[in-house]
Design a protein around this ligand. Structure first.
Ligand code: MF3
Ligand code: CO
Ligand code: CO
Length: 258
């Protein structure tokens, strides 16, 4: 069996930790009245101050340092002067680039008091990612990840976005394989120890269809229902898996999840 590249895994832990700490840092600022531009500024500065760069900035023309996707925005929302208000839910997606390696992670934040339906969607999305993660080991098929997510969220009446997927990551931001968040058990490539990729399911309250706004980036649900997303960067090890983007403070997990 191939052994993991220990040095590569250490670099991924450093990049992943910086991305996770950036989201931890944002937590206290996500309150009613804050703009998504302000969150972007904190993200930019925190990563800079800790020796890295924000990979999204100028990536394929993306204008900001992170993605901020609120309510019915599925992903790739562009930070702006939009003011967050009580009851909003928002995904912030951060990718730190440090020492030549990328750490990519996102989580949901809650502004003030949010509805029960928002909590349920967010919880199911988080659980689907963690269920998919926890089965990772060498020898399994990539399709099992997607199948695990799809089976879990569809039972709850939600749908899996099909237009975006997880991805291989390391010195390159996005590389093969594509990690679909839906699919059939026992399909796709066989996982080997040493592989590194993201799992980042986008789950919609309504139908899975999305549309892209005129800015060329922002993806929203076509039926305007809520959407949630979480993302971790993970590595396949001889024993199973490692999460590179774990929060030291366990802040990824929704607080109301039992
Ligand atoms: N962080 C996103 C991902 O999970 C990619 C954002 S690309 C950007 O893959 F250009 F929109 F920032
Ligand atoms: Co990603
Ligand atoms: Co991301």
């Amino acid at each position: 069996m191939k052994k993991i590249d220990v040095e590569l895994f250490e670099k991924m832990h450093i990049a992943g930790k910086l991305a996770a700490r950036t989201l931890d840092e944002l937590t206290s600022f996500v309150k009613p009245g804050v703009t998504t531009n302000f969150l972007d500024k904190i993200c930019y500065e925190y990563i800079k101050d800790h020796g890295g760069n924000s990979a999204p900035l100028y990536y394929r023309g993306f204008p900001k340092s992170c993605c901020t996707s609120a309510n019915h925005t599925v992903c790739h929302g562009i930070p702006s002067e939009k003011i967050l208000k009580d009851g909003d839910i928002i995904n912030v997606d951060v990718t730190a680039f440090i020492n030549g390696h990328h750490g990519d992670t996102s989580r949901m934040f809650y502004i003030g008091d949010i509805s029960v339906k928002s909590k349920n969607l967010i919880s199911a999305t988080y659980v689907s990612m963690m269920k998919a993660l926890s089965i990772i080991k060498p020898g399994m098929k990539l399709g099992d990840i997607g199948a695990t997510i799809q089976d879990y969220v569809e039972l709850k009446g939600y749908s899996v976005v099909k237009d975006f997927c997880g991805h291989g990551i390391g010195t390159v931001f996005h590389e093969p394989p594509n990690v679909l968040h839906y699919g059939k058990k026992n399909s796709g490539i066989t996982l080997k120890s040493g592989m590194i990729f993201t799992i980042e399911p986008m789950i919609n309250e309504g139908k899975y269809d999305i549309k892209i706004l005129n800015d060329g980036w922002t993806a929203v649900t076509k039926d305007k229902t809520l959407s949630a997303q979480f993302e971790h960067t993970v590595g396949v090890t001889d024993e199973g898996f490692e999460i590179f983007t774990k929060s030291d403070k366990n802040l990824t997990q929704p607080p109301y999840l039992v």
